[in-house]
Design a protein around this ligand. Sequence first.
Ligand code: NAD
Length: 351
Amino acid sequence: MTPPLPSDLAYVPFVSVANMMRLVHRIGVEEMLRGLADRIEADFRRWELFDKTPRVASHSRDGVIELMPTSDGEVYGFKYVNGHPKNTRAGLQTVTAFGLLATVDSGYPVLLSEMTVLTALRTAATSAMVARAIAPKDARTMAMIGNGAQSEFQALAMKAVCGVDTLRLYDIDRAATEKLVRNLGGAGLSLTACATPEEAMEGAEIITTCTADKQYATILTDNMVGAGVHINAIGGDCPGKTELHPDIVARSTVFTEYTPQTRIEGEIQQMPEDFAVTEMWQVLRGEAPGRTHADQITLFDGVGFAIEDFSALAYVRDAIEGTDLYEDLDMIADPDDPRDLFGMLMRAGRE
Ligand code: NAD
């Protein structure tokens, strides 16, 4: 995908939070989640074209700030994202983000966008794209452990892409579950608030863990997980921050996005370096098996990879074309004579 060049490269289309929300409503949340899942899958199928590197992380006591770059040779993209689990206590979000696309030809940016909302959408779309490929085909019930900012997006993507119609909910904070029930009341999902994670998992074919805690948490222990389920583990995404007991990981067939990053950040950081995993692009291209038998536990060790953000930004770049959903940002200096940057500055002082 090459974003069409704006007629004036000095102005960079900028999608604010308000415009992102208008875009989502214009398209429809579930339709957009389906579109993003297809876009991410299409880009995973072109895996070898992309530059790939584990994200660049700056860790501090309470959180992490990360840069996530990639390029397919024609377009370059990156996301800035943070993860600060204690933020919610101060009325701030755990995760916020923004991102940029540029043309590789000139290096000029062609899109700057909010990505806090877009990250929730792309993370959910990725989970559903993976579940579509490797979860039990008739899965209709999902346990949702962790009912924070990402959770409604996860639920709606599993509904829109995989046909999940029943949610069993658990959060250590009852208010988070009540918020989810309020938000998804009219969404066509059967919702049951549960008192324990064990209760939430009763009858669930898909288990999503989406909690935030900067520690080796044990949200699921081995005896809680029955045969044949698909685990969508997305909350463990940093060194020292995991959600599953290593015994579950050992019992599962594990699928990753980009393994060098997942070995640093995912559930498999608890396993030996040579612990066998399959990257999802291999499954999507039919080059490696996905789910091979009904009793198998499949585990998507999702940490979030740069190609998903690239796909999401490219989706937005296409979707805003010809609309009023962006502003032109005066972000790139544009002297009449490209070598006379100083002259442009001096002339501005005389105006
Ligand atoms: P959030 O802080 O809004 O919500 C987290 C929820 O987990 C809270 O409601 C909290 O009460 C609950 N929780 C904490 N410990 C729990 C436990 N032991 N059992 C049950 N519930 C528990 O955070 P969020 O924005 O929803 O993000 C959730 C997690 O997903 C974070 O760790 C974040 O870093 C991660 N994340 C991953 C990706 C990815 O691509 N894999 C993308 C975005 C966010």
